[in-house]
Design a protein around this ligand. Sequence first.
Ligand code: ADP
Ligand code: MG
Length: 921
Amino acid sequence: MSLLTQIFGSRNQRLLKQYQKTVREINALEPAMEQLSDEALQAKTPEFKARLAQGESLDALLPEAFAVCREASKRVLKMRHFDVQLIGAMTLHYGKIAEMGTGEGKTLMATLAAYLNGLAGTGVHVITVNDYLAQRDAESMGVLYGWLGLTTGCNLSSMDHDAKQLAYNADITYGTNNEFGFDYLRDNMVYDAADRVQRTLSFGIVDEVDSILIDEARTPLIISGQAENHTDLYYKMNEVPPLLTLQVGEETPDGKGKIEVPGDYTKDEKSHQVLLTEAGHEKAEQILTKMGLLPEGASLYDAANITLIHHLYAALRAHTLYHKDQHYVVQNGEVVIVDEFTGRLMSGRRWSEGLHQAVEAKEHVKIQNENQTLASITFQNYFRMYAKLAGMTGTADTEAYEFQEIYNLETVVIPPNRPSQRKDRQDQVYKTAQEKYQAMLKDIQDCYERGQPVLVGTTSIENSELLSGILTKAKLPHNVLNAKQHAREAEIIAQAGRPQAITIATNMAGRGTDIVLGGNVGKQIQLLESNEQLGDAEKAAQSQKLRDEWQSLHDQVVAAGGLHIIGTERHESRRVDNQLRGRSGRQGDPGSSRFYLSLDDALLRIFAGDRVRAIMDRLKMPEGEPIEAGIVSRSIESAQRKVEARNFDIRKQLLEYDDVANDQRKVIYQQRNELLEAQDVSELITSLRQGVFADVFRSYVPEQSMEEQWDLAGLDAVLRDEWQLDFSVTKALEAEPNATDEELLDKLLAAADAAYDAKVGVVGKESFGGFERSVMLQAIDSNWREHLSALDHLRQGIHLRGYAQQNPKQEYKREAFELFGQMLNRIKDEVIRIVMTVRIQSREEIDAAEEQLAQSHVENVHYQHADFDANAAPEDLLAPSAAPDQSAQQPHVNTMPKVGRNDPCPCGSGKKYKQCHGKLA
Ligand code: ADP
Ligand code: MG
């Protein structure tokens, strides 16, 4: 034993000892509990709640609450929590991971912690790997909670909003990790606080915690969709700019500059902005009315036409500021951006805010309605939001370091209720896959003839099918499970312990379902009990018969050696191998396990092949003879360790990058929620408005500048044309020649306030407030979506940047921060622009506009989380192309253009790519 394990081991021992003390306390309460009537026992729940309300802590309540829950379970479920289950539940309650073998009864164990924490009323989430298990556990354990006076909910993907809300409002809610995560994201996309389904994230108990927090954590949850399809509008709007003329010359404050040729719009090449003049605005309205895009007499500033003006500006910019073969090229019917500085083609990149589509319309190519990420989060970051998190699984210890490091979760190894009697045999290594399969067939055949059930674990569906073919040929009846139909597979696996049963299953298939030696009669007995046509005596007789039959099957299987496990390959992670082995030898059952390997297996080929082959050659192994030696197993284990470490790095990388987005997501979601909950948004709008106008003012009248540097005419024009504000700073200065810039700014802000108040006056504060809220939500959402996509581009491009000496992660963080700041400014600007320029005539109109904004702006919404394929061959994961930060591919992967090994490096170093950044790849 190494020094480290000694230390960890002793820490584990200490914790167990400590928990053991509480177990004795709980056991001492048992006789008194047994004395209580059902009513008295049930009355304990309100009593505990009252004591909590009076300030007693959950920790203090634990012994009694556990004793009550155990007693209730004895009465309603006919199961008495074992002492080790009490220990496991304490581990959960203290926010740690309980490692307990398969069949130790983790589902029942968790009820103690869920009951205790459920008393607090803030909600306990029990997270399972699939809907089937969520339903099964919610139903079976819900009986217990219900009896004790707590409510149980089950959160399924098929549920509608009301059903989900109900499920979340329960004291204890079961559901899958994906569903909880998606609900969180969806809750941050609603337009009405009442549409949210989740309450706070208070206590989460994650079942099969290694699958969920480790295996599935390599890919984020993503909600994607397409922005509303405006293809027609882009094409129509494309006809407008040619009808408008550019204004030549400009007014300047000193009166020297003059408008030489009045026109419809001005442009600023440097800032890539265009602006309609007053005349241009009117002309545009006439054109749009003629085209039927704008109703007769309507204004572009009407609340209903907010999108129209947006499109008009996009078209105008596309026509006047973006030039073919300079800013972009048209290639194979696509508009490809040219990088301003390097001249490189930026395939896959798109301009934002509808500009790209406008350019596509201008070039008469197909308008791409791209798929956008609407929201995304990694499991790491979702689960870290729980105030308290706990987990349980049969296999956590090998990953204890990662749980600690990433989730701050300690792993406690709980001893089994009864020691396992499973015999884990030495691996057998063959030279070829064929010899390996022959050997497995022999083993299976032998089990079958002796009546011993056997479970064969494979690493892929193809492998399962290959083996199934071999068994069919040998006329051996068997079942194949691929983790596709959870409910059906659970039933098959429940019977996998019957004599002669042969079951082939991939890693996740039937996980969470217990394999009882002799098969599972529980269900049949349940059916019998609920059959109302039978009398009690009849029921008792029949169920006794079933039990006797089961007993004889059980004895038969025990005599044959219990469940035999065959592994067809070592998985890349030792943990998954342990899971497979753990299916046998539950609750002190006999059993055995053996892995069959060959030098053709991916893991061996890549990591240990040469070494093992050398050993085999040295030992002069004849054909068909396996080697069975500790040295081989050790080579394989060290290979597994290498892959595990690498996978850990991949997850850590994903997390480090997601951390940046995560901080920003929190800010945005928090703002969003405050907005949803705010009674009155006018204060917020006022502070935004003052900020925006101060910024506008300062870009023409810089702080601490001389009067000669001021551009008041420019400012006046912008206030009038861009912000629809009838206020002239020039005139204000004329009226008070000694006014300081601060005083002028105050006057401007007062004018803006007055214009705003007048607007609100037309329809009333309430109607306008609702409209404002929707405008803000819409601005936040659409800018956040664009920001997500910008971050995505940034991350993919960061390694190709010319920061040879810099840490790309640092660089990413810095730029992401900058982008975020820009986005916040855009949001403010957009909101105030709409609020200040919107023309309001009636309350109905503004209410309709609010409604329109609140409706979904995206279509074809997809929920995706690449189900972790625990069976992926190691080479998929280890191929050199799988650079860590690409492993989390977003839905629309915009690849950077390929650079040849001998091309100059895009970073501009002048070196060849292969000698510069190409080295990294
Ligand atoms: P795990 O999740 O640990 O693999 P399960 O929760 O699926 O195990 O439980 C396995 C089986 O053990 C179930 O059939 C369950 O009813 C049974 N079981 C659990 N705890 C007890 C107990 N204290 N007494 C009797 N049976 C139990
Ligand atoms: Mg389980």
